[in-house]
Structures are given as C-alpha cells and as structure tokens.
Design a protein around this ligand. Structure first.
Ligand SMILES: [Zn+2]
Ligand SMILES: [Zn+2]
Length: 283
C-alpha cells in the first residue's frame, strides 16, 4: 500500500517561509493499493496537485474512491480544482456521512456556483457517484481492500476511516477530540493494530485546554491513541495554521517521548506500508 500526503494542514491554507518544510495545503492524502485501487482521503487544497499527478499517472482513465471525513472547508475546498473530476470518462465514487436534511452532493455542488465560482457542478464531466454512509459501515473496494467508517467527536459530525488492503492497515482519524483523559472508542476501533495511524494533532496540550469545544486533538492525545491501539507508526496531522516548522519540531519531540514511532506528516511524503526502514522526516 502506497500513501502520499498532498495537504497536511488544518483549518485554512498557511503558506509561508515558516511552514515551507511541512507545507501549507489543507487535508488530502491518496492511497494506491495492491489491487490497483486509487483512494483519496479528503479534498483540501492539496488535492489540486494530486489531480495533476493522477492525470499523468493514469492518462487514459482514472477510476477512484474519494472519502470525505466531513465537509468543513479545509476538507472540500480543493474539490473544484481537482482536474480529473472535469474529464469525461473518469469515474469517482464519492463517499461521505449521511445527514438529515443536507445531501453531500448538494454541499459539493453549492461551492462551485456563483457567486463563489463561475462554472457550476455540471462542468464536472466525470462520472461522479455519491454514496452517503452511516457510522460503522464497511465497504468492499476492489478484490482485496475494505473501508470501515466510524463517527468521530467533532462539531457537526465527522467520519474516520480504516482501510485494509490484504494484511496492511491504514487508519485516518482527523478532526476529532478526546474528552478529558478518555480516548474516543471509535478512534481506538479504527486504529487498532494499524501499520500507520494518521491522527489529528492540531494542538499542544495547553492549546487544547483553551479550545475544548473545537473538536481537535493534541499531539499527546495522538501519541496515547497510538500506544493504546498498538499501531506501528503514527503521523501527526491537521497541523494548526499557526504552527511553524519549528513548533512542529517541538511537537514531534514531545510526542516521541510518549510514542517513539511518531513522525510529522509533511506534504510530498510518499510512504510504502508497512514501513520497513526509518520513519520519514521533513523537519
Ligand atoms: Zn479540518
Ligand atoms: Zn472540521
């Protein structure tokens, strides 16, 4: 299983001299499995560059699955700039959480119309099939890949995902909090024995105490989940827009005191799971 990071930031893009190593684009990861499945997690601004790369890698036709955790801006705002969605013959199954009174397809369509953007949803000529799912749902994708979704603890709702490709497990738990010292049970379920857990680490423990209702985790929470769920490696993810490369170096050192197999997710990281050699590093 190959995992690439295209956007690792939370909340809002944060380009600049002091974030250049980790990167400033918002959430987007892609996965390529042994059974040739293209799986994209979230469509933050990082998806723009992923789209260009996929067009080169699959010049004839792209068929993929796009998993949305939720529709806060930092997870959907790159979608209107994902070139493969505009190309007829490409096909994407778009998956997100079922909601009462608000369709996922409507939310995505509403951000590409005037007065936000000029072209409208019909300009997306790829075959786009939207599936809304519930907490605990498991999907089979391809011959050897399954996707399990569970609800996380985030304002307005959010799904975490566990992707299993043969014996390799990837867990994606971003935009979630853990209340007090109690680790969220669904996060533990998704992360159990994963080869790589990508976890929300927006805050320091002190910042988390200041913003308890924002629905994010500290890097301490992430490291504690990694221990409790027996994961092999942990990527700190969804970095605060104000966190500089230097701040994240400190976060990494602190998290490694709790769980040594931790790294900071950075744009352009390209990882093969299971990780056999040294952990990736960009700082
Ligand atoms: Zn977010
Ligand atoms: Zn969010």
């Amino acid at each position: 299983m190959r995992v690439r990071f295209w956007g690792v930031r939370g909340t809002i893009p944060s380009p600049g001299a002091d974030t250049v190593r980790v990167g400033g684009n918002t959430a987007c990861i892609d996965i390529f499995t042994s059974d040739q499945q293209v799986i994209i997690l979230d469509a933050g601004t990082g998806i723009r560059r992923l789209g260009k790369k996929l067009m080169k890698e699959h010049p004839h036709r792209i068929m993929g699955t796009l998993l949305f955790t939720h529709t806060h801006w930092d997870h959907i705002q790159g979608f209107p700039f994902f070139v493969p969605a505009f190309v007829r013959n490409n096909r994407f199954v778009v998956i997100g959480q079922k909601r009462i009174g608000r369709k996922l397809e409507g939310v995505l369509a509403d951000q590409v119309v005037q007065p936000y953007l000029p072209f409208g949803y019909r300009a997306l000529e790829a075959d786009i099939i939207v599936k809304e799912i519930n907490n605990g749902e498991m999907m089979v994708i391809g011959d050897d890949t399954t996707v399990l979704a569970h609800e996380l603890d985030h304002p307005g709702g959010c799904l975490g995902y566990r992707i299993q490709n043969r014996n390799t497990i990837f867990a994606y738990c971003t935009d979630t909090t853990h209340r007090g010292n109690t680790l969220n049970e669904n996060v533990l379920r998704l992360a159990q024995d994963a080869d790589l857990l990508v976890h929300d680490a927006q805050y320091s423990p002190e910042q988390k105490a200041l913003y308890p209702t924002y629905g994010h985790s500290s890097w301490t929470d992430a490291a504690q989940v990694a221990i409790e769920a027996n994961v092999k490696a942990l990527a700190l993810f969804h970095h605060d827009p104000d966190a500089s490369d230097a701040d994240l170096r400190i976060a990494l050192a602190e998290a490694r005191k709790i769980f040594p197999n931790t790294f900071v997710a950075c744009e352009r990281m390209d990882i093969t799971l299971p990780i056999t050699g040294a952990l990736p590093i960009c700082l």
